[in-house]
Design a protein around this ligand. Structure first.
Ligand SMILES: *Cc1c(COP(=O)(O)O)cnc(C)c1O
Length: 406
């Protein structure tokens, strides 16, 4: 049994009293973490089955990444892009070698990288494709999650994300996710890009129908538009491949990455593209004080090496399949659907289950930290360094919770 939350209560009170009320976290106050495990302020130990929304794919406090952070922090952390630094070029080269994309543009948070992709696509539309000024259109999808800036929430179809934040940026059209015919009908010469998550994470690990991504790639080629994939959550091993789009055999024109890019140590995001698209940027067009800083670059370089050296992507593929197989043996009347790829699994509950939140709270009491996404889906996304034994341990807890609630 876990102990009572005497110390935790005070930290929770402070958060509630002095912060903005823009999150509804589980009441676990984490004090330290290592690999797949986290400890709260009362010494209780939990298995992290969310991995900070896939930002800690490499596991918490990975010693190699911590070492890179410490070493670089003692050398130089920030130069701004007014000067060059000895990490940025190496970071570019290594990402190029890893992904095959000719160039990258680094930012910090995911939302900034999405904004960067939007700017790149629009500018490409005007400068290269020849779209009339201010007429560029971008197609986006129902159920999307691309971040929280005013432009990005403006094309969300989640009312709460938008409520009270308008007016919004024009030039985006929502289309039904997975409906290729709808996209075909919505193409026109002013469409500069289609922005899509190869698998929708926040929406509940929604995998589009077979052929959707290849169909989008074909439409983009036909209409000379850019295929822009948001791999901020799905990328860097989460689905058992480096990028989720690899499952579909497509090659997007712009790839957006973030989250696990720096192993959860530091916010590093980027867009990847080839010369034609990246070539639209000139000095002064776009930038960020912290984007491409030496500390972030050093950390990201090591985080990517760890992902590859420690076979975390293969581990995600194999153990994801293993865990999915175990989940499919659950016989609960409360489970509607189990879907996923790699170690990224959504367990959707029936409407009668009364929401996923209480299941996450029950799992928390058993030492497993998950988070509901939307109302009725539990997302399982542990760090990719997890072992089979640890998954067995987690499965026992999941099984118990469904036994107790059935
Ligand atoms: C998390 C996420 C973002 C936003 O990233 P932030 O770092 O929170 O700005 C964008 N797109 C997807 C798919 C994400 O999962």
């Amino acid at each position: 049994m876990l102990t009572t939350r005497s110390t935790a209560a005070e930290f929770i009170r402070l958060e509630d009293q002095y912060g903005a009320n823009n999150y509804h976290p589980l009441d676990v106050v984490v004090q330290r973490a290592e690999g797949v495990w986290v400890w709260d302020v009362d010494g209780n130990k939990y298995l992290d089955f969310l991995a900070a929304y896939s930002a800690v794919n490499q596991g918490h406090a990975h010693p190699r990444i911590a070492g890179a952070l410490k070493a670089q922090a003692e050398r130089v952390t920030l130069t701004s892009r007014a000067f060059r630094n000895d990490q940025l070029g190496l970071f570019y080269e290594e990402v190029h070698e890893l992904t095959g994309y000719a160039r990258m543009l680094p930012m910090n948070t995911g939302a900034e990288a999405v904004e960067t992709a939007i700017k790149a696509a629009r500018k490409w539309g005007y400068k290269i494709k020849g779209v009339p000024d201010c007429k560029a259109e971008i197609r986006v999808f129902t159920g999307n999650f691309h971040g929280r800036t005013t432009t990005i929430v403006g094309f969300s179809d989640d009312d709460q994300y938008k409520d009270g934040f308008g007016p919004f940026t024009p030039g985006f059209t929502l289309l039904p996710y997975g409906d290729l015919e709808a996209v075909r009908r919505a193409m026109n010469p002013n469409v500069v890009g289609i922005l899509v998550e190869p698998i929708q994470g926040e929406s509940g690990i929604i995998i589009p129908p077979q052929g959707f991504m290849t169909g989008l790639a074909d439409l983009c080629r036909e209409h000379r538009s850019l295929l822009i994939t948001d791999e901020i959550q799905s990328g860097l091993g989460r689905t058992g491949k480096m990028f989720a789009f690899e499952h579909d055999g497509v090659r997007p024109d712009i790839v957006i990455i973030g989250k696990a890019l720096a192993g959860g140590f530091y916010p590093v995001s980027a867009i990847l593209a080839d010369d034609e698209v990246m070539g639209v940027f000139n000095p002064g067009d776009h930038g960020s004080t912290f984007g491409g800083n030496p500390l972030g670059c050093a950390v990201a370089r090591e985080a990517l090496r760890v992902l590859v050296d420690e076979n975390m992507i293969e581990n995600s593929a194999h153990l994801g399949e293993y865990f999915m197989g175990k989940l499919r043996t659950l016989s609960s009347t409360k489970i509607q659907e189990i879907r996923g790829r790699g170690l990224w699994i959504g367990l959707q509950l029936t409407p009668q289950a009364g929401g996923a939140r209480k299941y996450c709270e029950a799992l928390q009491l058993k030492g497993l930290l998950c988070k509901e996404t939307h109302v009725d889906t539990i997302r399982f996304a542990p760090p990719l360094c997890i072992t089979r034994e640890e998954l067995d341990w987690a499965f026992e807890r999941v099984e118990q919770v469904f036994k107790e609630t059935d």
